[in-house]
Write a protein that binds this ligand. Structure first.
Ligand code: ZN
Length: 384
């Protein structure tokens, strides 16, 4: 199906607006090189991280917590929790967002990690009717962002808890070196987009935003409230570390009794259905993103990545796919109707895209001041 594959990673022309240089190296490899320079690892990375850790400690002095961190029971967030508590001696408050599709193995991982590390865990459970309605609305909208509600729900839960507890740091366990950065057309996260799609296709009213109970509301003005008014900073420690997945896994398996859920993102069972829909309907395979990043980082060979991509992901378990469809209250026939709808992207709906593009300079400034990660800037201004 694909015609050209990057000679350095495994990104191919199924990626929207991808381009290759004379040697055949793709735009995503070039973006990674830019980010590598922005976020050095090794001694310099450790030094930069230590500065942030000291700031977090100073902020948390005489307080119960010095940061909030998201936890899903997956590898990256579990390792980040270990890192914060065990390596850097911080007192994080672990926040889990539950939208009704959690993988039980990931649930146990979270319990074990928090218990062993002595970390308090707070679960924000979304309103099931809202959560289900949003998932169906995005299926009807026929766009790839099938977890828009969950993705924004996680972010708003983290900022909401930080605002409520007066904690200034939100730590996210992501790494562009192991996950890659998705093209905008594959995953455009935006509160206005969510609202508009829901207005068009939803049936249940979403509850209104309040600072400490944001629900599924996270517009640019809410972000401004958290980042500018409340002064909350987003920290991505893995950006400055030589984060090797295998080594991280060894640590959390031996010290926290962590169990592998079987695949990346499989801490969330809905990812099974989403992966299937993305592959069959949209010709999108997100493993290419992850593997491309791992290949560039020297954590996987290009041949191994290409071989894995040639097989259907094990996350597409028919039993789990059927369970997800059933849990949404849909019949298989109703679901199949969504599968043949004409393909759309966020560009077919009202979003904050034009507004965000107009804010190029302020967003760049926020990243320079360390308020937003640089990858947020690159996502909106380089991935198109
Ligand atoms: Zn490439």
């Amino acid at each position: 199906m694909s015609k050209q594959i990057c000679i350095r990673c495994v990104c191919d022309d199924t990626f929207p607006a991808i381009n290759f240089d004379d040697k055949g190296v793709c735009a995503y490899c070039r973006l990674q090189d830019i980010l590598d320079k922005e976020y050095p690892t090794g001694l310099e990375g450790e030094r930069r991280l230590q500065v942030i850790v000291e700031r977090m400690k100073a902020h948390g002095k005489d307080k119960k917590f010095d940061c909030v961190t998201g936890i899903s029971g997956g590898r990256d967030s579990t390792y980040t929790l270990w890192l914060l508590k065990k390596k850097y001696g911080l007192n994080p408050l672990a926040v889990h967002f539950n939208d009704g599709f959690g993988n039980p193995t990931a649930g146990e991982n979270m319990q074990k990690a928090c218990r062993t590390l002595g970390v308090e865990k707070r679960t924000i459970t979304s309103d099931w009717r809202e959560s289900k309605d949003l998932k169906i609305a995005f299926l009807k909208a026929s766009v790839p962002e099938l977890e828009q509600g969950t993705d924004l729900g996680i972010a708003s839960a983290l900022y909401g808890v930080a605002a409520k507890e007066d904690i200034k740091y939100v730590v996210i366990g992501q790494s562009f070196r192991t996950e890659g950065i998705a093209p905008l057309e594959w995953n455009f996260l935006d509160g206005r987009y969510l609202k508009k799609v829901h207005q068009m296709y939803g049936q249940v009213a979403l509850r209104k935003w309040s600072p400490s109970d944001p629900g599924f509301n996270l517009s640019t003005s809410h972000m401004a409230y958290y980042l500018v008014w409340k002064g909350i900073r987003t920290v991505t420690p893995l950006y400055n570390l030589d984060y090797a997945r295998n080594e991280a896994e060894e640590i959390i398996v031996s010290q926290l009794g962590w169990e592998n859920t079987g695949a990346h993102y499989y801490d969330d069972l809905y990812q099974s259905l989403m992966t299937y829909i993305l592959r069959v309907k949209f010709n999108i395979d997100r493993r290419k993103l992850n593997y491309a990043a791992l290949v560039r980082a020297g954590q996987m060979t290009r041949d191994e990545a290409l071989e894995r991509i040639s097989e259907v992901s094990i996350i597409e378990d028919p039993k789990v796919i059927n369970l997800c469809i059933k849990r949404l209250g849909l019949s298989r026939e109703e679901f199949e109707e969504f599968m043949v709808l004409p393909l759309k992207t966020f560009r077919d709906y009202p979003t904050s895209f034009t507004f965000i593009r107009a804010l190029k300079l302020p967003i760049w400034t926020l990243t320079k001041l360390g308020i937003l990660p640089k990858s947020a800037y690159d996502k909106y201004f380089h991935c198109i």
